[in-house]
Ligand binder design. Structure first.
Ligand code: NAP
Length: 330
């Protein structure tokens, strides 16, 4: 295969479009930042968006800690800005998800729901998904009162009582957001101390609409066609209570969206892609950015930085490979 740039130029055929110098998997802050840098290196990257255009950040109501937006910025709005900027320099965006990859040969193969692609470099930016509690009723009542996204579903709970599960920043931030709609928010956390940072903790503790049930776990979520109650157990006393509620919002962390990569690239025990400081994975030519490789920071700003780094390393790798092949007369 020749290595002329797989650009999105006029006159390009559908087959050309399927052979890319750079394919980015994911459209969150990491994915679009990688695409922006790859586009500016004139690689006309293809972004396969995944299920959630804009990633998790796109579902966040307001992002207050992304530098450059002193008044905060809507998550969806920021995602659109990222996309627009990457497209301006030649990134192509397909609303499709990678379902399988073959990284055992080069160039790499990427299978999606509707097509197959060939990539000379791959940047994995598939992010992470909300973790499930795994209690009876959770799965059956998802979308019927059980939710993992306050921004998406909060409005449906106007004037109703809801429960938020989790004690981290997400639980408190989303719980605070829910007080706009809900008449009351009960935060259920499995330990006595909240994990969330001081500012959010103080804001939540001072909010009259929020109360806490600490050292408490969820045993089941009940309801016929919609959530009607939640069964709670105090971990010290063992006391069990069935508390009426119409909404259960679960924010107990995330798991990386990397299952489809298993056996193709090294993952750690929790499923995160193993990478070095330059975002190189165990497979030369495959790079990673954002929450697929990051269980520690999980910020828009850090994901953006990782996306930029991954694209810069990918560009160096590709240029070296092209030089090698040119020298070998390939
Ligand atoms: P997190 O910090 O990992 O917190 C998860 C929470 O869920 C913890 O309180 C944990 O309990 C609880 N939990 C985990 N598994 C559970 C289970 N099976 N049953 C019951 N409870 C369970 O996750 P996060 O809140 O999504 O935050 C992730 C990262 O994003 C963090 O670094 C956070 O700082 C960052 N973040 C920042 C902001 C912000 O700066 N505004 C907003 C959102 C998120 P334990 O405490 O007992 O482990």
């Amino acid at each position: 295969m020749s290595l002329e740039s797989g650009s999105g130029a006029p006159g390009e055929t559908a087959d050309d479009r399927r052979i890319r110098d750079v394919i980015v998997l994911g459209s969150g802050p990491a994915g679009f930042s990688a695409a922006l840098y790859a586009a500016r290196a004139d690689r006309a990257p293809l972004v396969l968006t995944g299920q959630e255009l804009g990633g998790q950040a796109g579902l966040t109501h307001t992002i207050e800690n992304y530098p450059g937006f002193p008044e905060g910025v809507g998550g969806a709005e920021l995602g659109q800005l990222f996309q627009k900027q990457a497209e301006r320099f030649g990134a192509m965006v397909e609303l499709d998800s990678a379902t399988a990859v073959e990284l055992g040969q080069w160039p790499f193969h990427v299978k999606t729901y509707s097509a197959e692609y060939t990539a000379r470099t791959l940047i994995i930016a598939t992010g992470a998904s909300p973790r499930k509690l795994g209690v009876p009723g959770e799965q059956e009542l998802t979308g019927r009162g059980v939710s993992y996204c306050a921004t998406c579903d909060g409005w449906f709970f106007k004037g109703k009582e809801v429960v938020v599960v989790g004690g981290g920043d997400s639980a408190l931030e989303e719980g605070l957001f829910l007080t706009r709609y809900a008449s009351h928010v009960t935060v259920v956390h499995r330990r006595e101390e909240l994990r969330a940072g001081r500012i959010l903790r103080q804001r939540a503790e001072r909010n009259e609409k929020i109360s806490f049930r600490l050292s408490t776990v969820v045993q089941a979520i009940r309801g016929e066609t919609a959530v009607a109650s939640i069964v709670l157990r105090h971990v010290v006393s063992g006391a069990i209570e069935e508390k009426p509620t119409q909404g259960v919002f679960i924010f107990i962390g995330h798991d990386p969206n990397t299952e489809f990569l298993r056996g193709q690239v090294d993952l750690d025990a929790k499923g995160y892609v193993v990478a070095d400081a330059r975002m190189r994975t165990s497979v030369p030519g495959v790079f990673v950015a954002g929450e697929a490789a990051d269980s520690a920071f999980r910020q828009v700003a850090t994901s953006v930085g990782m996306g930029v780094a991954a694209a810069m390393t990918a560009e160096t790798w590709l240029a070296e490979r092209e030089a090698e092949l040119a020298e070998a007369g390939a």
